[in-house]
Design a protein around this ligand. Sequence first.
Ligand SMILES: O=C(O)CCC(=O)C(=O)O
Ligand SMILES: [Fe+2]
Length: 240
Amino acid sequence: MSTMIKMAKLNSLQQISQTYQRSSRVQIVDFLESESAQHIYDALKSQTQWNLAWNLDGQHQDMDYTAVQNWTQKQREQLDELIYAQASDSFQYRYASVPIYDIYQQNLLPGHFFNSIYEFFNSDELLTLARQVTGFEQIDFADVQATRYSKGHFLTEHDDNVAGKNRLAAFVLNLTPKWKFDWGGGLVFPDKNDQAETWFPKFNALNIFTVPQKHAVTVVSPFATEERYALTGWFRSHQS
Ligand SMILES: O=C(O)CCC(=O)C(=O)O
Ligand SMILES: [Fe+2]
């Protein structure tokens, strides 16, 4: 079975990079060949081991998701309370993740398809495209993870800027084939006038945006019947 991930032919790189230069963000639709996008979706959907990502007083938390699901009702309610208390007035998130960058760098799953995902995002073809679209010549590598937002999952407003990480631009490749606007999970960019642009998590669309830039992922609604899968991360430089 081929595990190659292939980019689709882009219609107009010039137009894409002009949009980015003008607004510090762009969405590239039909980014991968559709078989590749479908293949990644299938791999994520069949993945059973995820981490539960959330935040405690500014510290990132990664817990074994299956273990959390096996907690008592009371324990899970206590976690909800902690998460919601912090979410109501400061930075908080809850979603499932697979640390693809770490899996590759630490050779945790030799031969696994996740390594191909890392290699694709770090291929010359993709990094060259990232430099062309953003104008950031300093991009050296892509730091990539898989994410899955289920009912009640969210990510509050933040700007992705973390000291020492040299994140130049963020990217999100949405991978759930059928999504409804009513299910939430929108990528929202608030502006100074309390208006916001919302990007629907469109299958096989790659969003790229400059760091720092305020954004959030709205909560996935209780009646969503699919989960919001994505490959997300940052185009980074080794040096600041
Ligand atoms: O999934 C998205 O649309 C955005 C994710 C994000 O902002 C992040 O992980 O920092
Ligand atoms: Fe972000």
